[in-house]
Design a protein around this ligand. Structure first.
Ligand code: ATP
Length: 334
């Protein structure tokens, strides 16, 4: 039995996560789901955005499925997402983006963005003085090595052939320069048989839109990975299509790449695909490969059989989408 910590969170988080859990329950009888609070709802109950009990439960479970949290302007607010990524040493953020909707609605893209998840600008080290603000951006050799290592291992394990290192080393010569140097060294040492490429981040952003098919695996620094994965999701039809996994040596947390989408929360129109596919990534990671494939196939069937969610101009809301997938997985539609 695998124990999954479920963290619905705020905004559309609870809506998309409940859809994902229903679908996982249908395919994976070896999973037990236990719930924990995070974000605003946790703060209202306990005075903490990431209570110690939540973190303990995440640590003790085999994996976690997280929805989203709404950021706060309140003084003293610290992002619970950045905190659990740090506390659980989730150094790799894996974001696959693949077009599921018909060709005439979105260009074909099938890319996996492997984003460094522990350093860069996300250490949030900002020093304010009278003249302005200085933000520290840290790039380490170890951090760069482990994310490039992860990308190489991921490419091999998933039958991917090419890794593009995305950076801005023409301007950030030392920091991004270190990242590129590590990429070159490791590709030489461990990347035999894999095609190696380097691109500047501005150019990569443009090419993701104009020629997305040229990308396979992208390995990149924290902020670039965050931005490029939204660009890629936009190409595939929107943020509702992009799942993600935060991976570390001991722990893993799977979450849709989108945020809490307060503009559509509570309306029943959020697309649960990113959360459902995050659940499939989790099953795969936990060794339930066949179950993961069944979920992926059910999502693909929904779109390929002419159904569309509202974010891509269709009529399906979260509930009718989930009902369709449950029916398909139960075989009742055959
Ligand atoms: P946050 O502050 O929590 O990051 P946000 O609104 O700034 O919230 P996202 O939640 O990522 O950022 O949403 C960006 C846009 O994408 C919003 O217009 C939102 O409605 C849309 N969006 C995000 N997730 C989904 C989804 N699952 N289905 C449909 N639209 C979505």
């Amino acid at each position: 039995m695998k124990r999954i910590c479920v963290l619905p969170g705020d905004g559309v988080g609870p809506e998309v996560v409940s859809s994902a859990v229903m679908i996982l329950e249908q395919v994976a009888d070896k999973c037990e789901f236990v719930y924990a609070d995070i974000g605003q709802s946790a703060y209202n109950k306990t005075g903490s955005y990431l209570p110690a009990e939540t973190l303990d439960l995440m640590r003790s479970c085999d994996s976690s499925l997280f929805g989203a949290v709404t950021s706060s302007d309140a003084p003293g607010y610290g992002s619970p997402v950045l905190k659990f990524r740090k506390e659980l040493d989730l150094y790799a953020n894996v974001r696959p983006v693949k077009t599921l909707v018909p060709r005439q609605l979105a260009p074909q893209i099938d890319v996996v963005i492997v984003r460094e998840n522990s350093e860069g600008l996300y250490t949030r080290n900002e020093v304010v003085d009278d003249a302005g603000v200085t933000t520290m951006r840290r790039v380490t050799r170890r951090g760069s090595e482990r994310i490039v290592d992860y990308a190489i291992a991921y490419a091999r394990a998933n039958g991917r052939n090419k890794i593009t290192c995305v950076h801005k080393a023409n301007v950030l010569r030392e920091s991004d320069g270190l990242f590129v140097a590590v990429f070159r060294d490791l590709m030489k040492a461990k990347g035999k048989g894999l095609q190696s490429e380097e691109q500047l981040v501005d150019s990569a952003a443009m090419k993701l839109v104009t020629d997305p098919a040229q990308f396979d695996v992208i390995v990149t620094l924290n902020l670039y990975g965050d931005i490029l994965s939204d660009v890629a999701a936009g190409v595939a039809g929107g943020l509702g299509f992009a799942p993600s996994g935060n991976m570390g040596p001991e722990n893993s947390v799977f979450e849709p790449a989108h945020g809490s989408a307060p503009d559509i929360a509570g309306k029943g129109i959020a697309n649960p695909t990113a959360a459902v596919l995050s659940g499939a990534m989790m099953l795969d990671h936990l060794g339930m490969v066949e179950e993961a494939q069944r979920v992926e196939e059910a999502v693909a069937e929904f779109y390929s059989s002419g159904h569309l969610t509202q974010d891509i101009g269709g009529r399906h809301g979260s509930k009718s989408y989930t009902d369709h997938l449950l029916k398909h997985l139960s075989g009742a539609d055959r």
